[in-house]
Design a protein around this ligand. Structure first.
Ligand code: 8IG
Length: 280
């Protein structure tokens, strides 16, 4: 089944049914997307119930980027089922925004209520060093695209859930907050584009996340965004951007990220109210 604007909910329901059957679970409570640098953390989260290659699930495809894994992993954390994607579809792959949003929609179809999105990205704040983790406070969607269809006027005034942000600060009070600007990529920004993003209010630049978060809010998922700043953005540092350096910064940070992710997931599983219906 080719995912398109007419069948995206049906394909998400199909993928959710495939995950239910293959993992033998009724649903999930929490979904995580592990971006550049973050995918090593999955073993530390809890006990793994199933590992499913993404390309075996309807509507998904094999991630193309080096440094990204490519599985949907079901794991149990403190009695809650957690769906972990170790790979994502990026907008620059040209498969459209429904392909970008498909993981989020599949998680929603499985009953997830919390969506934790992670990424590797560039930073504009020179007080940050590569390896800095930043909690997302807001985003700027610079893709000129949306995963939504028709008059879907969703509120994004608190897209990044204040309670989830507070939960992370409680675990690590040193983590700063940032505003993430999603560019289309796959080229990194020019220095002028980075200056523009800074004037607009961004402190991080990347190629993912904002479109996924829009889809997540449309599905009424509560969102937490965590960025790994792997590099200062173009023109902010005197150095050129190099994908190998990005991967190396991620590798160096991996043990720290795994610990943080495990703590955050554990805290979400044990303190968030999954039972009281929330207004959209
Ligand atoms: I990792 O500097 C990583 N991803 N757009 N800019 C953009 N994406 C990135 C960057 C960056 N670093």
């Amino acid at each position: 089944m080719i995912l398109d604007a007419n069948n995206y909910l049906e394909v998400a329901d199909t993928a959710a049914a495939e995950i239910r059957r293959r993992a033998g679970v009724e649903g999930v409570d929490i979904a995580l997307v592990l971006g550049s640098g973050w995918s090593g953390g999955v073993d530390k989260l809890g006990s793994i119930i199933a590992t499913i290659p993404l390309e075996e699930l309807s509507g998904f495809s094999r991630p193309v980027v080096a440094g990204h894994g490519g599985n949907a992993i079901i794991t149990e954390v403190a009695g809650r089922n957690v769906l972990v994607y170790t790979g994502r579809t990026h907008f620059y792959e040209g498969r459209g925004t429904d392909a970008v949003a498909h993981g989020v929609r599949t998680a929603a179809a499985l009953g997830a209520q919390v969506f934790v999105v992670t990424n590797g990205c560039g930073g504009l704040d020179t007080s940050w060093k590569p390896g800095q983790v930043v909690v997302l406070r807001d985003h700027i969607n610079l893709t000129a695209a949306t995963p939504l269809h028709g008059p879907t006027f969703i509120d994004l005034s608190a897209a990044y859930d204040p309670e989830l942000r507070a939960l992370v600060h409680d675990i690590d009070p040193t983590l700063p907050e940032g505003v993430y600007a999603q560019f289309t990529g796959p080229a990194y920004e020019t220095p002028a584009e980075v200056r523009m993003a800074g004037i607009m209010g961004a402190t991080l630049v990347g190629m993912s996340t904002a479109l996924e978060v829009i889809a997540a809010r449309a599905a009424n998922l509560r969102v937490l965004g965590l960025s790994l700043m792997t590099n200062l953005a173009a023109g902010v540092s005197p150095n050129k951007l190099d994908h190998a350096e990005v991967i190396a910064a991620g590798r160096e940070a991996a043990p720290r990220l795994a610990t943080l992710l495990a703590q955050v997931t554990q805290r979400i599983a044990t303190t968030i109210d999954f039972d009281t219906p929330r207004p959209s």
